[in-house]
Design a protein around this ligand. Structure first.
Ligand SMILES: Nc1ncnc2c1ncn2[C@@H]1O[C@H](COP(=O)(O)OP(=O)(O)O)[C@@H](O)[C@H]1O
Ligand SMILES: [Mg+2]
Length: 248
């Protein structure tokens, strides 16, 4: 796998029963870039993300992440391997009964041997870096706005310094101002972690934001990648579906 490739799909087909959801995908995702998989609802975007996480296995073909063939990993190694990923879900998916602070502390408690004082420092640093102050840290998810919950979810996803951040529809259901904030935060996060290397993969159907924040854009249509271009070239694609999407 060349140096600059972090995820590689080789002849990946996914079927649920007779239904072909992803059809012979061959493409790669580049290291330290922001890549968005764009497509209409039902195109297979979430399934593709689950395959990257090893939560769903291809019916045919192979997926390599950081050079590792995911199908060669058993359940336990796969679980360990998932620490390479930070996942930001559509609805933040925080633990309701834990404060913002405890939500971010959780993976550190679970997976590291940091001393309590180091852990405390790290939790505060993570939360501060996404704009949550001491006051916000003490709040339960239900006491935070949608945008704040997203920030906490992002801080939690970053806790174990993942190589790859995965965002599934990060702005769906948010108002335009909060959406802009989340998009800015994705770019700021990518920038802030550039030195150690951080790859971002976003699933989206928000064309405007995608054009603004991505380095590369793949367009998924009914299980096939019909276009894959640097973001700056995407609007000039002459694929009819891409044109339709761009002019929505
Ligand atoms: N576990 C599953 N079993 C059967 N069909 C599924 C399953 N997961 C997804 N699908 C089907 O696969 C297609 C793509 O779904 P999905 O990947 O969620 O698309 P998207 O995220 O682009 O909206 C849909 O037709 C959906 O109904
Ligand atoms: Mg989806």
């Amino acid at each position: 796998m060349p140096e600059d490739i972090i995820i590689q799909f080789q002849n990946v087909t996914k079927k649920f029963g007779e239904h072909v959801i992803l059809s012979n995908l061959n493409f790669e995702i580049y290291k330290n870039k922001i890549t968005t998989i764009l497509g209409f609802s039902g195109a297979g975007k979430s399934t593709l993300l689950k395959i990257i996480l090893g939560l769903v296995h291809p019916t045919e073909g192979a997926v390599y992440v950081l050079g590792q063939d995911l199908s060669k990993l058993g359940d336990f190694p796969l679980r360990e391997f998932r620490r390479n990923f930070g996942m930001v879900f559509q609805y933040a998916a925080l633990f309701d009964s834990m404060t913002a602070y405890q939500n971010v502390e959780f993976p550190l408690k679970e997976f590291t041997n940091l001393r309590p004082s180091e852990r405390d420092h790290k939790v505060r640093h993570l939360l501060t870096s996404v704009g949550i102050d001491d006051f916000g840290m003490k709040k339960l998810p239900s006491e935070l706005s949608g945008g704040m919950r997203k920030r906490v979810g992002l801080a939690r996803a970053l806790a174990l310094s993942p190589a790859i951040m995965l965002y599934d529809e990060p702005t769906t259901g948010l108002d335009p101002i909060t959406s802009k904030m989340v998009n800015d935060l994705i770019v700021e996060t990518a920038e802030a972690h550039k030195d150690r290397g951080l790859t971002s993969v976003i699933i989206s159907h928000d064309i405007k934001a995608t054009l603004k924040i991505s380095d590369f854009i793949a367009f998924l249509d009914r299980g096939r990648i019909v276009e894959y271009l640097p973001a700056k070239d995407f609007v000039n694609s002459n694929h009819p579906l891409v044109q339709e999407f761009v002019h929505l």
